[in-house]
Design a binder for this molecule. Structure first.
Ligand SMILES: Cc1ncc(COP(=O)(O)O)c(C=O)c1O
Length: 343
């Protein structure tokens, strides 16, 4: 029996390296990065710092570690972080900023994941001995929980200005910053302007198997390098992964437009299915979030899975589907057919 092709829309983290990427990994010159002499990792870090317009970058194993390092290198225990209440750092990273960093989180409600300078201003604590010290604002671009929303550049800049005026620092969580850049037509550097630290992932839409980076001033990255070691995140011949990340930066940024077109196509298809709700105009990048009327999102995902279309429920009445390098336009058409048959 012919093996049924799985259309895996659970996340853009599920991609496997392409043949070209494997070749780049095999060719990458290696050294001991803990001793500071892996040439591929050094080249990657220089390239990322330049691409994002920050002084230095540090290669780390995961987005979770990059964000934790942004907190640990800039906050003290008892500090407070202002962040979208549906944000990844506060919901899906094991509470590491609290558990390891000793920081509190102050959530900002927002349907699409964006918020304005006034939302920051009203959440900053007065400087008095009763209160946590407001220290860091986190902006997630694109917003995962917001359904892949791109932060308007002007809004992000005004948040940075407000935060700085109030004595706070601002971290840009750019796990999918590349998608934001392609969707908005802005250079990644423009999207990073005004931020103190930026984290990016190579292992999501860019298709590398492992790896993220945290970027910031030389002093911050120096602290982050030591803290990475403390967390056990320093890696030896890490250039084998760095080679994949460089390849991804060279070959997989522009093609994100295909993922965005596929996501829009999926959103438009879902909008035709009775019992499901989505405004396809809100699909800006590679994430499609739709409502399942009357609940039943987990059960729908199970039915889809049994027919080879994999998605994840986001609570009882919403489902998330993410397009990526290993999903073609034909896969999307098949997914739409299967969804219609399952509803
Ligand atoms: C917005 C966002 N950040 C971070 C992660 C997880 O990153 P990592 O597994 O590299 O820690 C995900 C996973 O899908 C994500 O969607």
């Amino acid at each position: 029996m012919e093996h049924e092709r799985i259309v895996d829309l659970r996340s853009d983290t599920v991609t496997r390296p392409t043949a070209g990427m494997y070749e780049a990994m095999a060719r990458a010159p290696l050294g001991d990065d803990v001793l500071g002499d892996d040439p591929t990792v050094r080249a990657l870090e220089e390239r990322v710092a330049d691409l994002l317009g920050l002084e230095r970058a540090l290669f780390v194993p995961s987005g979770t570690m990059a964000n934790l390092l942004a907190v640990l290198s800039q906050c003290e225990r008892g500090d407070e972080i202002i962040i979208h209440e549906g944000g990844h750092v506060i919901n899906y990273e094991t509470g590491a900023f609290a558990g390891i960093g000793g920081c509190a989180g102050r959530g900002v409600p927002s349907e699409d994941g964006t918020f304005g300078p006034e939302a920051v201003a009203v959440r900053v604590r007065p400087r008095a001995s009763h209160f946590a010290r407001s220290r860091l604002v986190v902006v997630e671009n694109t917003s995962n929980a917001g359904g892949g929303t791109v932060w308007p550049m002007d809004l992000a800049r005004r948040v940075c200005e407000q935060a700085h005026d109030l004595g706070l620092l601002v971290h840009l969580y750019g796990a999918r910053l590349w998608n934001a850049a392609v969707a908005s037509g802005e250079h990644p550097r423009a999207l990073c302007e005004g931020f103190d630290t930026v984290s990016v992932c190579f292992s999501k839409g860019l298709g590398a198997p492992v790896g993220s980076a945290i970027c910031g001033s030389s002093a911050t990255i120096e602290r982050a390098r030591r803290l990475r070691k403390m967390l056990g995140g320093s890696m030896r011949q890490a250039g084998v992964l760095g080679g994949a990340a460089i390849y991804a930066l060279e070959h997989h940024i522009e093609r994100l437009a295909e993922d965005h077109a596929n996501a829009r196509r999926l959103g438009e298809g879902i909008a035709q299915v009775a019992g499901l709700s989505i405004d396809p105009a809100r699909v800006q990048t590679n994430i499609v979030v739709f409502g399942v009327e009357g609940g039943g999102a987990p059960a729908l995902c199970e039915r889809l899975r049994s027919r080879g279309v994999w998605m994840l429920p986001m609570g009882p009445d919403r489902v998330r589907a993410v397009t990526h390098l290993d999903v073609s336009r034909e896969d999307i058409d098949r997914a739409i057919e299967v969804i219609a048959a399952c509803c």
